[in-house]
Design a protein around this ligand. Structure first.
Ligand SMILES: O=C(O)CCc1cccc(O)c1O
Ligand SMILES: [Fe+2]
Length: 314
């Protein structure tokens, strides 16, 4: 019954458009240290909260929350591809427990995930296949989105389930902080794109995949030159958010609406609900303390880039 938490921004631009070597070294050091702490903790189970970017979840049926009973990573932007080692019976127990606690999460027996899930497993665990993982999707891009309170309650329910296991559990939140990369939107999509967002061609044709990758890379390059070419990052909000979680004041976020958050920190800042869910899960074990916080706004990655660990107070 022991638990450790790490929350980390993700960005598929790492290795494609990189910041100055000193910044890269700083991030590398922070991630390497987190990986060492996690290795020492030696998790037997990972519960990973992440969004998706129209690579596995589409508008044909868009759940707010979905727990994976089996999952495969597509390997977008050069991230790891392949099957995630999902312990099916345990994932089923998790879903049953969450539903019994009044949170109506969907389940998937063929979940398809992207860099949002793969990157933290690669960075923090050394690969997507190292430790059994229960993937938990939180819709953070396809409006209408679930709000902060629901993400918190989902996290608490999963935390109570995790606490009932006789296992060392690592909780990971993946995404955020402030940012607004060029993710397509149904409201402004032409007919072809709208079809794609509804899941036609779930697995994009190679040329479309490549065009999409290059479009994000070009947007990152433009953002470095002109920080008004995309919705601006908001380091002040990001630091405040990290402090709110570190200090255990999760419920204070309940009153912050999704559109309000988008206006403060960009539409993709809604990905921070993965951090809220992870911290809420940790809170089910009792009071906690956070440590090793790192933050820097990194326009090359279109990311307010944050990283933080936490564990129960003893
Ligand atoms: O997949 C895509 O199309 C965009 C993804 C993307 C870009 C920049 C920062 C992110 O955090 C992110 O997820
Ligand atoms: Fe993302």
């Amino acid at each position: 019954m022991s638990v450790y938490l790490h929350c980390l921004s993700h960005t598929p631009l790492i290795g494609h458009v990189d910041p100055a070597p000193a910044v890269l070294a700083e991030v590398d050091a922070s991630i390497a240290a987190a990986r060492e702490r996690i290795a020492r903790f030696d998790p037997e189970l990972v519960i990973l909260f992440s969004p998706d970017h129209y690579n596995g979840f589409f508008y044909d049926i868009m759940p707010s929350f979905c727990i994976g009973m089996a999952a495969r990573a597509i390997g977008d932007f050069g991230s790891a591809a392949g099957e995630l080692p999902v312990p099916r019976a345990l994932a089923e127990d998790c879903a049953r427990s969450v539903l019994a606690q009044g949170i109506d999460a969907a389940v998937s027996y063929r979940m398809q995930v992207d860099h949002g899930f793969a990157q933290p497993l690669e960075f923090l665990m050394g690969g997507i296949d190292r430790v059994p993982v229960i993937p938990v999707f939180i819709n953070s891009v396809a409006v209408p989105l679930p709000g902060f309170q629901r993400a918190r309650l989902l996290g608490e329910a999963i935390g109570r389930f995790a606490r009932s296991l006789d296992k060392r559990v690592l909780l990971i939140g993946s995404g955020g902080l402030s940012h607004q990369p060029p993710v397509p939107e149904l409201a402004t999509a032409n007919e072809h794109l709208a079809d794609r967002l509804k899941g036609s061609g779930r697995d994009l044709p190679v040329e479309e995949r490549e065009a999409r990758t290059q479009r994000v890379i070009a947007a990152a390059r433009a953002f470095v030159d002109d920080q008004h070419s995309l919705y601006p990052l908001n380091p002040d909000w990001d630091r405040q958010f990290m402090a709110t979680l570190a200090e255990g004041r999760l419920a204070e976020l309940d009153g912050l609406g999704n559109e309000e958050l988008s206006a403060l920190a960009g539409k993709s800042a809604n990905e921070v609900k993965t951090w809220v869910a992870a911290f809420a899960a940790l809170s089910a074990y009792g009071p906690y303390g956070a440590d090793h916080g790192y933050y820097r706004a990194i326009p090359e990655w279109i990311a307010g880039f944050g990283s933080i660990s936490a564990a129960p107070l003893r």
